[in-house]
Design a protein around this ligand. Structure first.
Ligand code: NAD
Length: 318
């Protein structure tokens, strides 16, 4: 779907990490984009390159009247607004239910009343909870173990209920681990920051045997765009992941290679922590069947991440 020049699109949470990349894609294709974000985690800087081309509304999806005003007249709506920080969700579960679940209800309900043509929800692998088997397909049981996962499952369930009850043209994408420029937290970011401080020794939490399924952020954003433009995805849920699982040990080796750090010694603490999942791997057959395939492999994605985070490669250990 290349030309979106006639389409009005709302991206809630659009100042955040993943959604700001989707905003970039939408603007590049000529869409008329509105972003609604309360800036609780996202930043104006994430939208700096497109600031002149979009409408930015500072506010919360928890504000029903505001959501109603912003949704009116939109043709597509992507709902990303959420607390996406799992440790924060454990400390402040209220925020999750207000932003992630009640906020989603406000968005979907306004979409239904205003006859929005496409509604796409950013869901998460956290709705599955502990893996019963891997790779996890979309039929895996839904037993979230965090307030975050529960609130996101609530949002997804509302979307499908509104699809069945009111015909809301709804699709959900369950994101596994997405990484890339503008991501200010989690494993890859933490490892790069640690290496900035000390290039001789790298402390890695856990055993290094945990397996993750990383997807580069521009690929995740492209999947959202593709799904919105594909009416055959209405009423469906899809996993989105890179489809090339790696262990944390392999990830560490790739990061060190990216930075040209041949002499750094990784040190594994060996200790796990509550909620640490040993294998988080997606079955992406369903999304692939719609024609989606990631284009940026982990090596190239890490190179781009290094460029963004501005740790000069090739300096060697110091
Ligand atoms: N990063 C991942 O790997 C990942 C994995 C699974 C799911 N997701 C989902 O993708 C979406 C984006 O995640 P991200 O990693 O880019 O996080 P992010 O925190 O960078 O983006 C979320 C955005 O929503 C905004 N926001 C939060 N509460 C809001 C509210 N009440 N009203 C309006 N805006 C609000 C934040 O300011 C932020 O800009 C989230 O819905 C998250 O649940 C992300």
């Amino acid at each position: 779907m290349n030309d979106l020049s006639s389409i009005r699109v709302l991206v809630t949470g659009g100042a955040g990490f993943i959604p700001s990349h989707l905003v970039d894609l939408l603007v590049a294709r000529g869409a008329r984009v509105t972003v609604l974000d309360d800036l609780s985690a996202g930043t104006r800087e994430n939208l700096a390159r497109v600031a002149g081309a979009i409408e930015f509304v500072e506010g919360s999806v928890a504000d029903r009247d505001l959501v109603d005003r912003v949704v009116a007249g939109q043709e597509w709506v992507f709902n990303f607004a959420a607390n996406a920080d799992v440790p924060r969700s454990v400390k402040h579960p209220d925020t999750d239910f207000t932003s992630n679940a009640l906020g989603a209800h406000h968005v979907f309900d306004a979409c239904r009343r205003h006859g929005v043509g496409r509604v796409v929800q950013a869901s998460t692998a956290a709705v599955y909870g502990e893996p019963r088997y891997t790779p996890m397909d979309e039929e895996h049981p839904l037993r979230p173990i965090s307030p975050y996962g529960a609130s996101k499952l609530g949002a997804e369930a509302l979307g499908f209920a509104y699809h069945h009850t009111y015909g809301l043209p709804f699709t959900a994408l369950r994101i596994f681990n997405t990484y890339g420029p503008r991501q200010p937290r989690y494993v890859i970011y933490d490892l790069f920051r640690k290496l900035e401080r000390d290039r001789r020794r790298l402390e890695v939490l856990g055993t290094g045997e945990q397996v993750r399924d990383y997807c580069y952020v521009a690929d995740t954003a492209t999947a959202f765009l593709a799904v919105a433009g594909d009416e055959g995805t209405i009423g469906e849920v899809y996993n989105i992941a890179g489809g090339q699982p790696v262990s944390i040990r392999e990830l560490v080796a790739l990061i060190l290679e990216t930075l040209g750090l041949a002499d750094t010694e990784p040190y594994y603490t060996g200790q796990s922590w509550p909620g640490d999942i040993s294998r988080l791997v997606a079955d992406v057959t369903r999304l692939r069947a719609r024609g989606f395939a990631p284009t940026v492999d982990l090596r190239e994605g890490l190179r781009r991440f290094a460029e963004w985070i501005d740790i000069a490669p090739g300096e060697g250990a110091r």
